[in-house]
Design a protein around this ligand. Structure first.
Ligand code: HEC
Length: 115
């Protein structure tokens, strides 16, 4: 019985990978992201999150695919973006906007939600 279950799991694995790899692209932030975002950064606005989204999707998908916001921890995001800041030609403000967008959509999963 356990053998059968293992085969099933192995068999389903490529399917999961396929579904995840082909899931819809990353969606923009929602108004409902603003209150939880304000708990982290009290000066944050919806416009900032939208700008962060725009920067992320235009500047960060040139050399590798766009990583889902969920993929990395906050520390890893900050580290990764630090590493590629020069390559991606973004300044510190743009970097912070991208981070804010990524961290809030990671928390609320709004990048998966259609309006
Ligand atoms: C000019 C090409 C280029 C651009 C543009 C670029 N990256 Fe990268 N990125 C890389 C390369 C190459 C690596 C592999 C790590 C290294 O630099 O050795 C990487 C690695 C990363 C990692 C670490 C991935 C891991 O698996 O550990 C993160 C996170 C990341 N990039 C985020 C971003 C973000 C966010 C942006 C937009 C601001 C961005 N990248 C734009 C080339 C780029």
């Amino acid at each position: 019985m356990t053998y059968l279950r293992n085969y099933l799991l192995i068999g389903l694995f490529p399917l999961f990978t396929f579904v995840i790899a082909c899931s819809p692209s990353i969606l923009p932030p929602l108004q409902s992201d603003v209150p939880p975002a304000k708990e982290k950064w009290n000066d944050v606005t919806f416009e900032q999150l939208s700008q962060g989204y725009k920067l992320y999707t235009t500047k960060c998908g040139k050399c590798h695919y766009l990583h889902k916001p969920d993929k990395f921890s906050e520390g890893k995001w900050r580290e990764g973006i630090e590493m590629v800041q020069d390559k991606a030609k973004i300044d510190s403000l743009q970097k912070e906007l991208i981070i804010r967008y990524l961290l809030i959509s990671k928390e609320t999963h709004s990048y998966l939600k259609d309006k």
